[in-house]
Write a protein that binds this ligand. Structure first.
Ligand code: UT7
Length: 317
């Protein structure tokens, strides 16, 4: 029986930091409101000309270094993003050209905030099936490019960054299970237009925040129960929750439902803001590099976003 395990993680954040007090000068908001309602204190914003693939490449090279692998070892690339460099070729292909692993499958997954969860699930399946040996799952975003910087309801939330995970085959389960879902009837609650649909030309992220909030809390809780039940595990078995970093209040509500103290939850939302598909791999890499998440520990990753789409993964690190 072949499983996949995490061989290495990596992440990258652009240099420029935008604080809440910077935002106070841009829109009608306050540091107090942003902290209380979201938990966000600062976020990183890509430099002019810096693209999603630029950020992803840095994260991937860090993950490869951590795994002791070379770019040419990679034989599968699944790239989650909502903010691609181009309409096509997709970001996976653009990244593949930079890494030099010509000929291997490379594609992007546009499932908004759960893009990394979808990418990870696919990478896991290919490794388990014996069709890939070194599979990259990436989440990278330059959401600053699709943020309306005059709209206070969204400008304070979204940010840029990238995270990556390299999977490799293992005789012991690393990834125990992945669970993906979508419900397109919620398509109008959170979206970015500007595609080929002439009825939705607004490119900036549009969100009915408080409605999304309610569905996110109840859905994430069910998603976690689903992952634990599939593995016949109790909530107490979890060492770490690595949640999507959209809002500290959503994370706290999820942790409460799990009876998990906040000390066992990786939170980066205060420093990263909401980086959509990049959020979970960024948090995971922070958890690993800070020494919190140790080899052998059990962690649950989850994300929820536009679509709605959502997913979870139970992983023995
Ligand atoms: O990552 C994908 C999934 N996304 C999420 O999970 C995001 C889910 N939603 C949220 O995180 C929260 O709903 C928000 C942070 C977006 C908003 O927080 P909220 O507590 O739900 O606030 P609200 O939208 O109900 O707005 C409350 C008030 C409104 O004023 P009134 O109508 O009560 O006078 C807003 O106009 O807060 C006002 N407001 C602001 N005030 C100061 C909205 N944005 C701001 C702002 N600064 N930046």
């Amino acid at each position: 029986m072949i499983y996949s395990r995490i061989a290495g993680t990596g992440s990258y954040l652009p240099e420029k930091v935008l604080t809440n007090s910077d935002l106070e000068k841009m829109v009608d908001t306050t540091d107090e409101w942003i902290r209380e309602r979201t938990g966000i204190e600062r976020r990183h914003i890509a430099a002019e000309g810096e693209t999603t693939v630029d950020l992803a490449e840095r994260a991937v090279r860090a993950a490869l270094d951590a795994a002791g692998c070379k770019p040419e070892d990679v034989d599968f690339i699944a790239f989650g993003t909502t903010t691609p460099d181009l309409w096509f070729p997709n970001c996976g292909v653009l990244l593949q050209a930079r890494l030099g692993c010509r000929g291997v499958p490379a594609f992007s997954v546009e499932t908004a905030c759960s893009g990394f969860m979808y990418a990870l699930a696919m990478a896991d399946k290919f490794v388990r099936a014996g069709e890939a040996r070194r599979a990259l799952a990436i989440g990278a975003e330059t959401l600053s490019r699709i943020t309306d910087w005059t709209d206070r309801s969204t400008a304070v939330l979204f940010a840029d960054g990238a995270g990556a995970v390299l999977l490799e085959p293992s005789t012991e389960p690393g990834i125990l299970s992945t669970h993906l879902h979508a419900d397109g009837t919620y398509k109008d609650m959170l979206y970015s237009g500007g595609g080929t649909d002439a009825r939705k030309t607004r490119r900036a992220i549009t969100m009915t925040g408080n409605e999304v909030f309610k569905v996110a809390v109840s859905t994430l809780s069910k998603s976690i129960d689903e992952a634990l039940a599939a593995n016949h595990l109790e909530r107490s078995a979890l060492d770490w929750l690595v949640p999507h970093q959209a809002n500290l209040r959503i994370i706290q509500a999820t942790a409460r439902k799990l009876d998990l103290p906040m000390e066992r939850v990786i939170t980066t939302v205060q420093d990263h803001g909401n980086t959509s598909a990049a959020s979970v791999p960024l948090a995971l890499d922070y958890g690993v590099r800070s020494g919190k998440i140790q080899r052998g520990q059990l962690m649950l990753l989850e994300a929820f976003g536009g679509g709605f789409t959502w997913g979870s993964a139970l992983i023995r690190y």
